[in-house]
Design a protein around this ligand. Sequence first.
Ligand code: NAD
Length: 263
Amino acid sequence: MGTAIKDTRVIITGGANGLGFMYSRHMLLKGAKAVAILDIDVATGTNAVKKLNDEFGQNRAVFISTDVSKDDQLKASFNKAVEHLGGLDIMINNAGILDDAKWSLMIDINIKALIQGTYMAIETMGKHKGGKGGTIINIGSVAAFLLTKYVPVYCATKSAVVSFTRSVALSFDDVGVNIKAMCPGPTNTNLMTSDAYRFPEYIDQEDGVKFMNAWPLQKPEIMAKEVMRFIEEAPNGAIWVNEIDSPTTCLDIPEYTSWKTPV
Ligand SMILES: NC(=O)c1ccc[n+]([C@@H]2O[C@H](COP(=O)([O-])OP(=O)(O)OC[C@H]3O[C@@H](n4cnc5c(N)ncnc54)[C@H](O)[C@@H]3O)[C@@H](O)[C@H]2O)c1
């Protein structure tokens, strides 16, 4: 029901560091033909690609400097990547920040760029345009389902990822592209471990840092292996959650009518 990774051409946003770098490495471990990393961090991205090419062979990874929050940059980099790869089989919309003090920018990165990435990938791979289909992985978060006062906009962007993915996946019969969302639980990357103050102004910032530091963090390697399984096994429209100390689960989200309470 999923997609075999071997010999695929992959674009990943936010792949210079953290989970995105791990996904890139595990895609190549699984035999992906080549990975294009679109990321804003030029120094880390250049180094990441060097590491991957040293491990897997020249030209298996390419870095394209991109601020995904800028529509024009994302479009130009996406086109450059497709040209470099000679096509596209898998798009991973992974770039994200967790910073409710910069909520407008966070919306642009976490959801606007993810929608743009999804639409460009459908346009490129879609059977309605003569393509041969493909796979799009959107990165959500368990935060999509959390109730917390500390990062309300982060939670909202991730709920939007889940909602958008479920709805757009309904067009599978029209475009032949599998679209699904993986929702990681707290994982040991800069996104969780930075002590930066990044909560709404009215929140006690020290309390916010304590809230972030209280989460047990899973290892990025474990998350990366589960994302590979997600690509290979999960059907179109699937929403999976992976958290520390519990097996990966698929979410079967009920019709809203079953939550209704007369008032
Ligand atoms: N770490 C976690 O606990 C966790 C949990 C759930 C979901 N996620 C999601 O996983 C994804 C990756 O997060 P991570 O934990 O690896 O974070 P990270 O901070 O380690 O890595 C994020 C990457 O995105 C890049 N990036 C940031 N802004 C960008 C921009 N404007 N344009 C292009 N690239 C940009 C960064 O340079 C970095 O390489 C995010 O979408 C995040 O919301 C993370």
